[in-house]
Design a binder for this molecule. Sequence first.
Ligand code: KG4
Ligand code: ZN
Length: 333
Amino acid sequence: MICLGIESSCDETSVAIIKNGREVLANIVSTQIPIHKKFGGVVPEIASRKHLTNIAFVVKEALDTAGLDFKDIDYIGVTYGPGLIGALLVGVAYAKSLAYALNINIVPTHHIEGHIAANYLTYPDLKPPFMALVVSGGHSHLIHVKDYTDFDIIGKTRDDAVGEAFDKVARVLGLPYPGGPKVSKLAREGEFTYNLPKTKFDNFDFSFSGIKTAVINIANKEKDKLRKADLAHSFEQTVTEELVTTCMDAMKEYGINKVVLAGGVSANLVLREKLEKAAKKNNYECYMPDLKYCTDNAAMIASAAHYNYICGKTYDIKDKLDLNAIANLKIGE
Ligand code: KG4
Ligand code: ZN
């Protein structure tokens, strides 16, 4: 089965063509980062407009790369949430029109299910059940993936997502958007010299707003004396430690011995190293997406759509004309 996947939830217009959920025939990502960078973050209205002008070209490029035609597509998988509503709507409206014109089914797909599925593209034999540590600009979740389309949330952030905290710390350190990779690069030149607050709850939730505020306060107080690389290093070490420790505790509690990393922050090398080391120590299997599938892309959406498709979560577009984007869509809905 050939799926055409569409992702437009934030600042990447992406279209992929995937065979049987695992084989990537094309994965085109048109990023808007250079445009939003000037504003220090994503401007939702600009993002929607750019998706609109890009999408048809990205679809064409994906088909050309795969060497396929519209008639070869069996169904369309599209991100319908969560994300920026205007941005999501462009992908959803395009997918609906294309499905209608081609008379094929549509599979509305959750963005986070896509991030988890990025691992199915990286590891052809990976199967649930496992624990997913989902870390992105909008999410920090521990999810028990019981089956391809069966998810239990074990813990989540009570305030900021970890990627959001990275981006805000970057801003206070004077680094450009998107800040996560820049903070991480600067951190390599620093040492652990700032003691930052850690949180620990009696369940498996996270919190990153306290540490973010502590970093902002230190930066405001120390001004010119601020050791930026040391602060970036201390921040990165503290948050990655919190993620990995909580994840290991949850796995012990739930008796799960396989861990899967997912989301944009899974590109963070310190997090990858710490998770791998902790998993090894506990004799757990550990899976992390190939770097090209960590941040937003449509290949991961098409892979997640495949599993929804074979589970029957697929619609004849004529019966699903009311399909809408949902900005705050919860996983498993
Ligand atoms: O998954 P994603 O592409 O978009 C959302 O679904 O949110 O994640 C983007 C987030 C941004 O906050 C970005 O700063 C962060 O992932 N990120 C990183 C790294 N690469 C991307 N954070 C820390 N270290 C990185 N290497
Ligand atoms: Zn994402």
